[in-house]
Write a protein of this length. Structure first.
Ligand code: PLP
Length: 322
């Protein structure tokens, strides 16, 4: 819907990070856009805003930011680049619920924003999402696209006496059952978030080698590490990257150490997962965006190879039991 509302046409260019889920790109590729990929910053998977401007061409229409792990991108800089070049800013806030950038909720900063309620997110309804519209000029058309290209919403408000086909659209709306399932969780957002934040804190203490108050947790961690054949060097997250506790990840020196550690956890009955193969290096890019396929985006590749996500969900037992 965001791509439709920005009226993305074949040949238009859209800038987005290579280290993201395919859906970020697919929305625009479905409208015929060419995707131009940005690398991540060295110490966080979020896009490096200093690399955006050099990628802008006369065909560029939009910048799509991804607030990875609910940690905000540098929106001030990104908005000023967008304003200067007259570009849309769309926030992929799929992981961004209940997280803030300078006291503004993620998803309320760009022209449009997309939240996900996929089962892997903090608040979920199995599948589904939410479109945030921060540009009032877009509301009317959004409603029509959402209602399968009809003016049914206006009809329900009594503004027209019958409704019909006025634009393109699809069945973007969730069922009542799905919405009810979601609503119950939105009502509990505070307690869900406080549980997740406390799990995140426990992980942070567990992996914070500098911490002296968490000797017992560190011992568990040392035990896990000593099971690894080589010495595994982990970069743990900084406290500033707590975000909305969507995710807790570890960063290894290389892919081998990551898989070694993942196997140790698996043997302890703990599922850890990695994700996002750099999109610019994908089969699809190779075929459709060969110039992008040939680019070097080293930070994105490093996150693809070295990042490992630890389990984080409401019912997770105390982390000290790890
Ligand atoms: C989960 C996720 C998506 C996809 O969300 P859907 O609800 O499956 O469309 C897109 N982008 C990011 C960054 C995500 O984490």
């Amino acid at each position: 819907m965001a791509a439709l509302l920005c009226d993305i046409q074949p040949g238009d260019e859209v800038i987005l990070p290579s280290f993201t889920f395919v859906s970020t790109a697919n929305a625009f590729v479905l409208r015929g856009a060419k995707i131009v990929f940005v690398d991540s910053i060295a110490d966080h998977p979020n896009m490096d805003e200093s690399l955006i401007e050099e990628l802008i061409t006369p065909k560029t229409k939009a910048i799509v930011v991804v607030h990875y792990a609910g940690v905000p991108c540098e929106m001030d800089g990104i908005l000023s680049i967008a304003t200067k070049h007259n570009l849309w800013v769309i926030e992929d806030a799929a992981q961004g619920i209940d997280s803030f950038y300078k006291e503004k909720a993620l998803g309320s900063i760009g022209h449009l924003s997309c939240f996900s309620f996929h089962e892997t997110k903090n608040i979920q309804s199995g599948e589904g999402g939410l479109l945030g519209i921060n540009d009032t000029d877009l509301i009317r058309r959004a409603e029509i696209l959402w209602e399968k290209g009809t003016d049914r919403a206006a009809f329900f408000r009594g503004e027209v006496n019958k409704y019909g086909w006025v634009d393109i659209g699809s069945s973007f709306l969730p069922s009542e059952v799905t919405a009810a399932f979601l609503w119950a969780q939105l009502e509990e957002l505070k307690s869900i978030q406080s549980r997740r934040l406390s799990i995140w804190d426990s992980y942070f203490q567990l992996f914070d080698k500098g911490s002296t108050t968490t000797e017992i947790l560190s011992e568990t961690y040392q035990k896990l590490l000593s099971q690894a054949s080589g010495k595994i060097d982990i970069t743990w997250q900084r406290i500033e990257n707590k975000g909305n506790a969507h995710m807790f990840y570890l960063l290894f020196q290389n892919e081998t150490e990551r898989s070694e550690f993942s196997t140790i956890l698996k043997n302890e009955g703990v599922l850890s997962v990695f994700h996002y193969q750099s999109l610019h290096k994908s089969e699809y890019s190779k075929k459709h965006f060969p110039d992008q396929y040939l680019r070097e985006l080293p930070n994105s590749d490093r996150y693809s190879d070295c990042l490992l996500r630890l389990p984080i969900f409401y019912e997770l037992p105390e982390v000290s039991m790890l």
